[in-house]
Design a protein around this ligand. Sequence first.
Ligand SMILES: CC(=O)SCCNC(=O)CCNC(=O)[C@H](O)C(C)(C)COP(=O)(O)OP(=O)(O)OC[C@H]1O[C@@H](n2cnc3c(N)ncnc32)[C@H](O)[C@@H]1OP(=O)(O)O
Length: 333
Amino acid sequence: MEFQFDVDALLPERITVLDQYLRPPARRPGTTTPARVDLQQQIMTIVDELGKASAKAQHLPAPITSASRMQSNRHVIYVLKDTSARPAGKGAIVGFLKVGYKKLFVLDDREAHNEVEPLCILDFYIHESLQRHGHGRELFQYMLQKERVEPHQLAIDRPSQKLLKFLNKHYNLETTVPQVNNFVIFEGFFAHQHRPPVPSLRATRHSHGAALDPTPAAPARKLPPKRAEGDIKPYSSSDREFLKVAVEPPWPLNRAPRRATPPAHPPPRSSSLGNSPERGPLRPFVPEQELLRSLRLCPPHPTARLLLATDPGSSPAQRRRTSSLPRSEESRY
Ligand SMILES: CC(=O)SCCNC(=O)CCNC(=O)[C@H](O)C(C)(C)COP(=O)(O)OP(=O)(O)OC[C@H]1O[C@@H](n2cnc3c(N)ncnc32)[C@H](O)[C@@H]1OP(=O)(O)O
């Protein structure tokens, strides 16, 4: 992936680690240094373009990685650049890997809820022309060393088939522990959960060379005291949740059964382990009669028309309760 500016000078190392500040790394001695604000703009452009390319590769309706999302989350991106001989060129970007710690409620093999905060694989992309050349593994391996985690300690946010194959091939990760959310964890995830907590994301905001840190692997960031089962909701917020909310019509029409307004783009893939229950944004409570009245008063909207025409005897809420779709299917819309 090429850019109009000099990627090679902007990112001196083969792998650059960026955090929420998206700070440009120190430049090589002797390189001309443009204004810092311009350099940060270039970094933001790279992150935005990588996010778009990744979303396209995964058939997502919108990028889950962007400079603005980076700035509002404590995630870390590992960016891999092309170091092949390009004396006259400006370098190119090969791909990226985004990780971050997330509080999750995960089921163990006895189906008990566990509140954990593992490092999660959130987004991963290698340019189409360079896939299956070992670049993904190089990036992943670098991240594992830097974050000091073992592959089986990771949680993966809705892995694609390619990523599942990748994890199986390179890290022997195959047997999953079934979950009711979008995250996939593998056998061995709970093996080290009771080891002492470690500091937060270790990646620094500067670029790093390929020198690897030999510190032994460490588990999830922390393990809070176990809560009573009744306090725990068996789902966790995926970074991809906002993609579902984005396709909703405005309130109150968004209270209609989701099948009536399927998204323009179907979800890119489904976790074979089931999906989280739908969690839309908070909305005011409206009694059903008032809701029906507001629907009738609304200017004609395709969704409302469909609702009132298909089954005049029942309210939207009733229809939702009696939907024939299995829960996991329904929540994809
Ligand atoms: C949580 C998430 O981020 S899910 C989204 C993951 N990203 C994507 O699906 C985007 C498209 N895919 C990609 O960008 C890349 O293929 C990645 C990131 C998954 C892997 O990066 P690569 O550089 O291709 O991986 P690398 O070359 O190190 O390893 C290759 C292995 O990955 C898997 N793999 C990569 N591409 C494919 C593919 N098209 N079909 C099946 N398996 C694939 C295979 O196991 C492959 O080994 P093989 O060639 O012997 O079959």
